[in-house]
Design a protein around this ligand. Structure first.
Ligand code: BES
Ligand code: MN
Ligand code: ZN
Length: 501
């Protein structure tokens, strides 16, 4: 487990901004008249801000940024001004998050080791200062993330920022705001752990590696324990379906259980299950070569489960949570499953594997059956399950499907407040027949609605517990020049679980 230096984030009650002695200050600008804070800076700098506004800078438009190094008359070495739009206008969480990300990124990319962020007065529908503070803390951690595990020393990216002070009115409830900082930071760090695991190449991040990292996480927190089933033990439990996925690989498949005990002994746990395909070649139904490297990210669901359990442990959430990780490497090989093979699941249902590239649902089928033994309050699985989900919802929104409307609503709400959003798709009976097979109880592919039929397949293994499925194929990582894991949906999952306590 990589040790990350965390940022020290604290609250400061507002004082004279021109006297703030800090590497950088980050201040909000609104359309229309300058705030008292800006007037003070303008006075101290001999009307610099007024001049800039005349030039069309500092127009206060949402997201507009201006950097002013070494402003005369100010103690702070650098000044960043970020546009926040019209002062009283209601804005969405998304727009607010954009502004806050801009403010935080000014602080993080600066050469300064300390920053003062003056809390913007945003009028966000449904949220107040606690949300803003929590979001800033989350963004600080999220923004300082760099992946350098496999870079040469000389290329290591260095961040100077060590300390962030958020200025607030003294009238605000400090204890509550401090808790918001803690929550935001914990979620940011949990996301970063998930990113670290997901960004590692598949020759390092194998099922055994995920097991090792899970054990290390359990070592770090006394509230967390870990147990791992290998192939022999899974065979005993009749998990032939899960095992069929790793059959073509030299890497041993693993079923990892992370047990977080924060609630009472008898409190029924919330279970989260992650798809942990450490590399998905497609198997005998081999994928085309283009961008196949990105299939190292096919364990992002698993990474989000491990990251979220760390968030729970960090915050000492008063609930019980079980994290399950179903991990295998999907390779072609002489022992690999072939199209048409029929395997028996732990539940007893037989599956015809029409396409070995629809492997995520095969490992999840047995993990979902296994989840019953915990007598869960709810089970949520997280999987980079279908390319079709990327076609339907793109890269900003995860797919959500559920057999319980109340659970679905809770998850959607958690996605909204954390700006880690999901959108619900139906899993009505009409789609179930697409999975009919002539040779087994059920086929592993079928029909045109790929995301929905994948969820329908999973629904056959959920017994009678409340279950939801998050398809994060489009949201768990970014492609192109910014290629890398996003840490999603750790914020959504954390908010959902924290809301239960
Ligand atoms: N891991 C992939 C899904 C995926 C594809 C995620 C591209 C992100 C980007 C999954 O195992 C898979 O291969 N699904 C198939 C299912 C098909 C064979 C029914 C797919 O989506 O093509
Ligand atoms: Mn696949
Ligand atoms: Zn896959």
């Amino acid at each position: 487990m990589k040790k990350r230096l965390s940022i020290n984030i604290n609250l400061k009650t507002t004082k004279e901004i021109t006297k703030v002695n800090s590497g950088s200050i980050v201040i909000s600008v609104y359309e229309g008249p300058f705030t008292e804070e800006l007037k003070a800076i303008d006075r101290a700098s001999n009307g610099m801000l007024k001049k800039l506004r005349k030039l069309g800078e500092l127009n206060g438009k949402l997201g507009q940024g201006t950097y002013l190094p070494a402003l005369p008359g100010l103690k702070a070495e650098r000044t960043y001004l970020v546009g926040c739009g019209q002062k009283r206008k209601k804005i969405s969480r998304q727009d607010a998050a954009k502004v806050l990300a801009k403010m935080v990124s000014a602080a993080v990319t600066s050469k300064a080791s300390s920053a003062f962020i003056s809390i913007p007065k945003l009028n966000i529908s449904g949220e107040g200062d606690n949300w803003i503070i929590q979001q800033i803390a989350y963004l600080c951690e999220n923004n300082v993330y760099t992946y350098d595990a496999k870079l040469n020393k000389k290329d290591k990216i260095t961040r100077n920022l060590k300390k962030v002070s958020i200025t607030i009115d003294s009238a605000l409830p400090i204890a509550k705001l401090n808790r918001s900082i803690k929550i935001g930071q914990a979620i940011g760090r949990g996301s970063n752990s998930a990113k670290d695991l997901a960004n590692l190449p598949a020759n390092i991040c194998t099922p055994s590696y995920l097991a090792k990292e899970s054990r290390l996480a359990a070592k770090k927190y006394s509230s967390l324990t870990c147990s791992v089933l290998g192939e022999k033990q899974m065979k005993k439990l009749k998990m032939d379906c899960l095992l069929s996925v790793g059959a073509g690989s030299a890497q041993e498949s693993k079923l990892i259980t992370l047990n977080y005990k924060g609630g009472k002994k008898d409190d029924e746990p919330f279970v989260i299950v992650g798809k942990g395909i450490t590399f998905d070649t497609g198997g005998i139904s081999l994928k085309p070569g283009a961008a196949m490297d990105e299939m190292k990210f096919d364990m992002c669901g698993a990474a989000s489960v491990i990251g979220t359990l760390q968030v729970m442990a960090e915050l000492k959430a008063p609930i019980n949570v079980i994290g399950l990780v179903a991990s295998a490497e999907n390779m072609p090989g002489s022992k690999a499953s072939k199209p048409g093979d029929v395997v028996r699941t732990m539940s007893g249902l037989t599956v015809e594997i029409l396409n070995t590239d629809a492997e995520g649902r095969l490992v999840l089928a047995d993990a979902l059956t296994y989840a019953k033994k915990f007598k869960p309050q709810s089970v949520v699985d997280i999987a980079t399950l279908t390319g079709a989900c990327v076609v339907a919802l793109g890269h900003s929104t995860s797919g959500l499907m559920s057999n319980d409307e109340r659970l679905a609503q809770k998850l959607l709400k958690a996605g909204t407040t954390s700006t880690d959003r999901a959108w619900q798709l139906p899993i009505w009976d009409a789609y179930q027949k697409d999975l009919n097979s002539n040779f087994a109880d059920i086929a592993n592919i079928g029909g045109r609605a790929g995301t929905i039929t994948a969820a329908c397949f999973l629904s056959r293994f959920t017994g009678n517990y409340n279950w939801a499925h998050l398809d994060v194929a489009g949201t768990a990582w970014l492609s192109g020049s910014e290629k890398g894991a996003s840490g999603r949906p750790v914020p959504l999952l954390s908010h959902y679980l924290l809301d239960q306590s």
